[in-house]
Design a protein around this ligand. Structure first.
Ligand code: NAP
Length: 241
Protein backbone atom coordinates (compact mmCIF):
# COMPACT_ATOMS: atom_id res chain seq x y z
CA UNK A 1 0.00 0.00 0.00
CA UNK A 2 1.29 3.51 -0.76
CA UNK A 3 2.10 5.51 2.33
CA UNK A 4 0.30 8.68 1.33
CA UNK A 5 0.83 10.37 4.71
CA UNK A 6 4.28 8.98 5.50
CA UNK A 7 5.65 10.37 8.77
CA UNK A 8 3.11 13.21 8.93
CA UNK A 9 1.79 13.92 12.42
CA UNK A 10 -2.02 13.87 12.64
CA UNK A 11 -4.26 14.87 15.54
CA UNK A 12 -7.74 13.37 15.26
CA UNK A 13 -10.31 14.61 17.75
CA UNK A 14 -13.06 12.16 18.59
CA UNK A 15 -10.65 9.37 17.62
CA UNK A 16 -12.12 6.87 20.06
CA UNK A 17 -15.00 5.68 17.91
CA UNK A 18 -17.07 6.31 14.81
CA UNK A 19 -15.69 8.48 12.01
CA UNK A 20 -12.68 9.58 14.08
CA UNK A 21 -11.55 6.04 14.88
CA UNK A 22 -11.91 4.95 11.25
CA UNK A 23 -9.89 8.00 10.15
CA UNK A 24 -7.18 7.30 12.71
CA UNK A 25 -6.84 3.72 11.46
CA UNK A 26 -6.74 4.71 7.79
CA UNK A 27 -4.28 7.58 8.30
CA UNK A 28 -1.93 5.28 10.25
CA UNK A 29 -2.13 2.65 7.50
CA UNK A 30 -0.91 5.37 5.17
CA UNK A 31 2.12 6.12 7.34
CA UNK A 32 0.89 8.94 9.58
CA UNK A 33 1.74 9.16 13.26
CA UNK A 34 -1.67 9.52 14.84
CA UNK A 35 -2.68 11.18 18.12
CA UNK A 36 -6.27 10.14 18.91
CA UNK A 37 -8.21 12.34 21.34
CA UNK A 38 -11.45 11.97 23.31
CA UNK A 39 -12.68 11.74 26.89
CA UNK A 40 -13.15 7.94 27.07
CA UNK A 41 -9.89 6.08 27.69
CA UNK A 42 -11.21 2.58 26.95
CA UNK A 43 -12.27 3.62 23.42
CA UNK A 44 -8.99 5.42 22.77
CA UNK A 45 -7.05 2.37 23.95
CA UNK A 46 -8.97 0.18 21.52
CA UNK A 47 -8.29 2.47 18.55
CA UNK A 48 -4.61 2.83 19.40
CA UNK A 49 -4.07 -0.87 20.12
CA UNK A 50 -5.61 -1.81 16.76
CA UNK A 51 -3.28 0.64 15.00
CA UNK A 52 -0.20 -0.51 16.89
CA UNK A 53 -0.95 -4.17 16.10
CA UNK A 54 -1.38 -3.41 12.40
CA UNK A 55 1.08 -0.57 11.77
CA UNK A 56 3.68 -0.71 14.55
CA UNK A 57 4.10 0.63 18.07
CA UNK A 58 5.27 4.09 17.06
CA UNK A 59 2.31 4.93 14.80
CA UNK A 60 -0.31 5.90 17.40
CA UNK A 61 -0.84 7.39 20.84
CA UNK A 62 -3.81 8.84 22.65
CA UNK A 63 -4.62 11.84 24.78
CA UNK A 64 -7.61 11.98 27.12
CA UNK A 65 -8.90 15.51 26.72
CA UNK A 66 -12.05 17.59 26.47
CA UNK A 67 -11.45 19.54 23.27
CA UNK A 68 -13.72 22.35 24.43
CA UNK A 69 -11.35 23.06 27.35
CA UNK A 70 -8.45 25.47 26.61
CA UNK A 71 -6.10 23.83 29.13
CA UNK A 72 -6.79 20.34 27.75
CA UNK A 73 -6.20 21.56 24.20
CA UNK A 74 -2.87 23.15 25.16
CA UNK A 75 -1.83 19.86 26.80
CA UNK A 76 -2.94 17.91 23.71
CA UNK A 77 -0.70 19.94 21.40
CA UNK A 78 2.21 19.87 23.90
CA UNK A 79 1.97 16.07 24.26
CA UNK A 80 1.67 15.59 20.51
CA UNK A 81 4.73 17.75 19.89
CA UNK A 82 6.80 15.90 22.47
CA UNK A 83 5.80 12.51 21.15
CA UNK A 84 5.58 12.97 17.36
CA UNK A 85 6.74 16.52 16.53
CA UNK A 86 4.59 19.45 15.40
CA UNK A 87 1.21 18.68 13.92
CA UNK A 88 0.90 18.45 10.12
CA UNK A 89 -2.77 17.40 9.94
CA UNK A 90 -5.56 18.35 12.32
CA UNK A 91 -8.95 16.66 11.98
CA UNK A 92 -11.58 18.50 14.03
CA UNK A 93 -14.06 15.64 14.19
CA UNK A 94 -15.30 15.46 17.82
CA UNK A 95 -18.94 16.44 18.09
CA UNK A 96 -22.12 16.06 20.08
CA UNK A 97 -25.79 16.08 19.11
CA UNK A 98 -28.38 17.00 21.74
CA UNK A 99 -31.88 16.35 20.44
CA UNK A 100 -34.72 18.28 22.09
CA UNK A 101 -37.66 20.42 21.00
CA UNK A 102 -36.47 24.03 20.81
CA UNK A 103 -38.71 25.20 23.66
CA UNK A 104 -37.21 22.55 25.97
CA UNK A 105 -33.58 23.18 25.04
CA UNK A 106 -31.69 24.51 28.05
CA UNK A 107 -29.01 27.14 27.98
CA UNK A 108 -26.62 24.42 29.13
CA UNK A 109 -27.60 22.22 26.15
CA UNK A 110 -26.97 25.15 23.82
CA UNK A 111 -23.63 26.08 25.41
CA UNK A 112 -22.43 22.45 25.49
CA UNK A 113 -23.23 21.97 21.81
CA UNK A 114 -21.46 25.18 20.82
CA UNK A 115 -18.51 24.35 23.08
CA UNK A 116 -17.79 20.95 21.52
CA UNK A 117 -18.95 21.55 17.94
CA UNK A 118 -17.57 25.08 17.48
CA UNK A 119 -15.43 26.46 20.33
CA UNK A 120 -13.23 23.35 20.17
CA UNK A 121 -12.52 24.10 16.51
CA UNK A 122 -11.45 27.63 17.46
CA UNK A 123 -9.15 26.27 20.19
CA UNK A 124 -7.61 23.41 18.20
CA UNK A 125 -7.31 25.26 14.89
CA UNK A 126 -5.68 28.24 16.60
CA UNK A 127 -3.03 25.99 18.17
CA UNK A 128 -2.50 24.34 14.79
CA UNK A 129 -2.26 27.68 12.94
CA UNK A 130 0.48 28.87 15.30
CA UNK A 131 2.50 25.70 14.62
CA UNK A 132 1.77 25.54 10.88
CA UNK A 133 2.39 29.18 9.98
CA UNK A 134 6.06 28.60 9.11
CA UNK A 135 5.74 25.11 7.62
CA UNK A 136 2.23 24.71 6.21
CA UNK A 137 -0.29 22.05 7.10
CA UNK A 138 -3.78 20.72 6.69
CA UNK A 139 -6.90 21.23 8.80
CA UNK A 140 -10.12 19.33 8.15
CA UNK A 141 -13.35 20.26 9.89
CA UNK A 142 -16.35 17.96 10.11
CA UNK A 143 -19.63 19.80 9.67
CA UNK A 144 -22.79 18.02 8.48
CA UNK A 145 -25.33 18.23 5.67
CA UNK A 146 -27.39 19.77 8.51
CA UNK A 147 -24.93 22.69 8.38
CA UNK A 148 -25.60 23.44 4.71
CA UNK A 149 -28.20 26.07 3.80
CA UNK A 150 -31.28 24.62 2.14
CA UNK A 151 -30.83 20.94 3.05
CA UNK A 152 -33.65 19.11 4.83
CA UNK A 153 -33.59 19.82 8.58
CA UNK A 154 -34.93 17.57 11.35
CA UNK A 155 -36.90 18.72 14.39
CA UNK A 156 -35.05 18.84 17.70
CA UNK A 157 -31.66 19.64 16.14
CA UNK A 158 -31.59 23.46 16.39
CA UNK A 159 -28.38 23.79 18.42
CA UNK A 160 -26.63 21.12 16.35
CA UNK A 161 -27.70 22.72 13.06
CA UNK A 162 -26.60 26.19 14.19
CA UNK A 163 -23.22 24.87 15.35
CA UNK A 164 -22.61 23.03 12.08
CA UNK A 165 -23.45 26.16 10.06
CA UNK A 166 -20.80 27.88 12.16
CA UNK A 167 -18.27 25.22 11.20
CA UNK A 168 -18.79 26.07 7.51
CA UNK A 169 -18.24 29.79 8.18
CA UNK A 170 -15.10 29.10 10.18
CA UNK A 171 -13.75 26.89 7.38
CA UNK A 172 -14.28 29.59 4.77
CA UNK A 173 -12.57 32.23 6.96
CA UNK A 174 -9.62 30.09 7.98
CA UNK A 175 -8.97 28.94 4.42
CA UNK A 176 -8.46 32.61 3.46
CA UNK A 177 -6.14 33.28 6.41
CA UNK A 178 -4.25 30.03 5.90
CA UNK A 179 -3.56 30.41 2.18
CA UNK A 180 -0.48 32.70 2.45
CA UNK A 181 1.07 30.27 4.91
CA UNK A 182 0.40 27.04 3.02
CA UNK A 183 -2.25 25.99 5.52
CA UNK A 184 -5.13 24.23 3.75
CA UNK A 185 -8.47 24.32 5.57
CA UNK A 186 -11.29 22.15 4.23
CA UNK A 187 -14.54 20.75 5.55
CA UNK A 188 -16.45 17.52 5.10
CA UNK A 189 -20.23 17.74 5.52
CA UNK A 190 -21.60 14.20 5.78
CA UNK A 191 -25.16 13.02 5.62
CA UNK A 192 -26.11 10.03 7.76
CA UNK A 193 -23.18 7.79 8.73
CA UNK A 194 -23.63 4.56 10.70
CA UNK A 195 -22.23 5.54 14.12
CA UNK A 196 -23.37 5.75 17.74
CA UNK A 197 -24.26 9.41 17.25
CA UNK A 198 -26.66 8.59 14.42
CA UNK A 199 -28.20 5.65 16.28
CA UNK A 200 -28.82 7.84 19.36
CA UNK A 201 -29.72 11.18 17.76
CA UNK A 202 -31.61 10.11 14.64
CA UNK A 203 -32.53 6.41 14.83
CA UNK A 204 -35.13 6.91 12.09
CA UNK A 205 -32.33 7.59 9.57
CA UNK A 206 -30.99 4.44 7.93
CA UNK A 207 -27.77 4.54 5.95
CA UNK A 208 -25.25 2.33 4.26
CA UNK A 209 -22.51 4.95 4.61
CA UNK A 210 -19.89 3.72 7.07
CA UNK A 211 -17.16 5.53 9.03
CA UNK A 212 -14.64 3.83 6.72
CA UNK A 213 -16.33 5.47 3.71
CA UNK A 214 -15.93 8.89 5.33
CA UNK A 215 -12.31 8.19 6.24
CA UNK A 216 -11.47 7.77 2.53
CA UNK A 217 -12.73 11.29 1.84
CA UNK A 218 -10.64 12.67 4.69
CA UNK A 219 -7.59 10.79 3.41
CA UNK A 220 -7.98 12.43 0.01
CA UNK A 221 -8.14 15.91 1.56
CA UNK A 222 -5.16 15.21 3.83
CA UNK A 223 -2.96 13.72 1.09
CA UNK A 224 -0.48 16.41 -0.06
CA UNK A 225 0.03 14.65 -3.42
CA UNK A 226 -3.69 14.62 -4.19
CA UNK A 227 -5.09 17.75 -2.60
CA UNK A 228 -2.20 20.22 -2.35
CA UNK A 229 -4.22 22.85 -4.25
CA UNK A 230 -7.51 22.27 -2.43
CA UNK A 231 -8.49 24.70 0.29
CA UNK A 232 -11.80 26.24 1.35
CA UNK A 233 -13.72 23.24 -0.01
CA UNK A 234 -16.95 22.12 1.63
CA UNK A 235 -17.29 18.48 0.58
CA UNK A 236 -20.90 17.37 0.88
CA UNK A 237 -21.29 13.61 1.27
CA UNK A 238 -24.73 12.58 0.09
CA UNK A 239 -25.55 8.91 0.46
CA UNK A 240 -26.28 6.99 -2.72
CA UNK A 241 -28.00 4.24 -0.76
P1 NAP B 1 -19.66 9.44 17.66
O1 NAP B 1 -19.55 8.02 17.26
O2 NAP B 1 -20.59 9.82 18.75
O3 NAP B 1 -18.18 9.95 18.01
C1 NAP B 1 -17.97 11.24 18.52
C2 NAP B 1 -16.56 11.32 19.07
O4 NAP B 1 -16.35 12.64 19.60
C3 NAP B 1 -16.32 10.34 20.21
O5 NAP B 1 -15.02 9.79 20.13
C4 NAP B 1 -16.45 11.23 21.43
O6 NAP B 1 -15.73 10.69 22.52
C5 NAP B 1 -15.82 12.53 20.92
N1 NAP B 1 -16.15 13.68 21.72
C6 NAP B 1 -17.38 14.17 22.02
N2 NAP B 1 -17.28 15.23 22.84
C7 NAP B 1 -15.94 15.42 23.06
C8 NAP B 1 -15.20 16.35 23.82
N3 NAP B 1 -15.79 17.32 24.52
N4 NAP B 1 -13.84 16.26 23.81
C9 NAP B 1 -13.22 15.28 23.11
N5 NAP B 1 -13.89 14.38 22.36
C10 NAP B 1 -15.23 14.44 22.35
O7 NAP B 1 -20.05 10.34 16.42
P2 NAP B 1 -19.66 10.35 14.85
O8 NAP B 1 -20.90 10.07 14.12
O9 NAP B 1 -18.43 9.55 14.58
O10 NAP B 1 -19.38 11.91 14.69
C11 NAP B 1 -18.14 12.47 14.30
C12 NAP B 1 -18.41 13.82 13.65
O11 NAP B 1 -19.19 13.64 12.47
C13 NAP B 1 -19.20 14.78 14.56
O12 NAP B 1 -18.67 16.09 14.43
C14 NAP B 1 -20.59 14.72 13.97
O13 NAP B 1 -21.35 15.89 14.23
C15 NAP B 1 -20.29 14.54 12.51
N6 NAP B 1 -21.39 13.99 11.72
C16 NAP B 1 -21.87 12.74 11.97
C17 NAP B 1 -22.92 12.25 11.19
C18 NAP B 1 -23.50 10.88 11.40
O14 NAP B 1 -24.53 10.57 10.78
N7 NAP B 1 -22.90 10.04 12.21
C19 NAP B 1 -23.48 13.05 10.18
C20 NAP B 1 -22.97 14.32 9.97
C21 NAP B 1 -21.92 14.78 10.74
P3 NAP B 1 -16.09 10.95 24.07
O15 NAP B 1 -17.58 11.10 24.18
O16 NAP B 1 -15.54 9.77 24.76
O17 NAP B 1 -15.35 12.21 24.44
Amino acid sequence: MTQRLLDLTAIITGGGRGIGAATARLFARHGARVMAVSRTESELQQTVNEIRDECGPDRAAYCIADVSDPGDVQRLFDETGQRFGPVDILVNNAGVAIVKPFDELTLDDWERTMAVNLRALFLCSQQAFRLMKDRGGCIIHISSLAGIRGTEKFAGMSAYVASKHGVIGLTESLSVEGRPHGIRVNCVAPGAVDTRMLREAAPHLKTETTPDDLAQTLLYLADPAQAAKITGAIVEVHSNA
